[in-house]
Design a protein around this ligand. Structure first.
Ligand code: KG4
Ligand code: ZN
Length: 333
């Protein structure tokens, strides 16, 4: 069984080809990121137009990478939700047209669970560093991206319970907003994380929010705490405009804030995820989503949890089509 997966929820055009439920044959991703950098965030109309432009070349590149033709594809899967309207439309129309033309089954799936399903891919000839063995159910799935901060208990890829989620901003969104406050480029996750390596994470003390549900998150308060702390640090009051802050900070202040923010954000994710696993007697934690590419998160979770922590190649942590194909293989097998 060979499934082709299409992912177009935001600014990436991703096509992946997966064999059975564990082998990656192709993963091609085009991105309109460089067109959004100047605005400091994704512009939906620009993203949709780029999806339209990149879709066919990305499909062709995936077939070529897998050394396959359309005759070899047994099913088409696509990310149906959630995402930007125009971007989603390009993926869904493409998938529907392919399924109709090839007379193959079509599966419209939820993007977020694809971030977890991608961890079942354990074989490839493409040089990706993947988990050595597939996760075993039940496990705790932590989905951390620009749109999600969710903890699920998975009994299978079709049977799961949401244990907690963010009450406001997603953690990736917080990385992106803090990057802006520090004058770092979008997307903020990679830029904050690499600057954090030069900083001291104990310089600024930032709050961990307390919520009624122990597995819920709130990152909007943390982002505001970063803003207030920086305003104070440069000797200004709370009315000082955030967009002028980067010019007033020196390199040391920027690096120390990147490290302090990352430390608190990651510590919050780690402690709540481990609490969820321990309270439900679960021995495996599976990570997914763009923020799961973060090495502090991977390392802190692996060293603090008394069980196995599974994550995949960072190229499969951020949005891609292989995760949608992998999810389809697990839902329809
Ligand atoms: O899953 P993803 O590619 O797209 C969404 O579904 O949102 O996640 C994108 C998010 C962005 O907020 C980006 O800043 C964050 O993932 N991200 C990271 C890292 N790489 C990407 N956050 C922290 N550390 C990273 N290394
Ligand atoms: Zn995503």
């Amino acid at each position: 069984m060979i499934i082709l997966g299409i992912e177009t929820t935001c600014d990436e055009t991703g096509v992946g080809i997966v064999q059975n439920d564990d082998t990656l044959l192709a993963n091609t991703v085009a991105t309109s990121l460089d067109q959004h950098i100047v605005y400091g965030g994704v512009v939906p109309e620009v993203a949709a137009r780029a999806q339209y432009e990149y879709m066919i070349p990305t499909l062709e590149a995936a077939l070529q990478q897998a050394n396959l033709t359309w005759d070899n594809i047994d099913a088409i899967a696509y990310a149906k939700e959630p995402g930007l309207g125009g971007s989603l439309l390009v993926g869904s129309m493409t998938a529907k047209t392919l399924a109709q033309t090839l007379q193959k089954p079509l599966y419209g799936l939820h993007h977020a669970h694809g971030h977890i399903a991608v961890n079942f891919l354990i074989n490839n000839d493409l040089g990706y560093s993947m988990p050595v063995s597939a996760p075993t159910f039940p496990f705790i799935g932590l989905i951390v991206s620009g749109g999600h901060t969710h903890i699920y208990l998975y009994r299978s890829m079709q049977d799961y319970t949401l244990l907690g989620q963010t009450r406001d901003d997603a953690v990736g969104e917080a990385f992106d907003k803090v990057a802006k406050l520090l004058g770092l480029p979008y997307p903020g996750g990679p830029s904050v994380s690499s600057l954090a390596e030069e900083g001291n994470d104990q310089v600024y003390s930032l709050p961990i929010s307390r919520l009624e549900n122990p597995y819920d998150f709130s990152f909007s308060g943390l982002k505001t705490a970063v803003l207030r702390t920086l305003q104070k640090d440069i000797g200004k009051d709370f009315t000082f405009p955030s967009y002028q802050i980067p010019d007033k900070l020196n390199d040391e202040q920027k690096a120390n804030m990147a490290a302090s923010f990352q430390h608190v954000a990651v510590k919050t994710l780690v402690s709540k995820t481990i609490k969820a696993a321990n309270n439900h007697n679960i021995e495996t934690i599976v990570l997914g989503g763009g923020v799961s590419a973060n090495s502090l998160l991977r390392n802190m979770l692996s060293s603090s949890f008394n069980g196995s922590v599974i994550y995949t190649d960072p190229r499969l942590s951020t949005d891609n089509g292989a995760m949608i194909a992998a999810l389809s293989a697990h839902i329809n097998s």
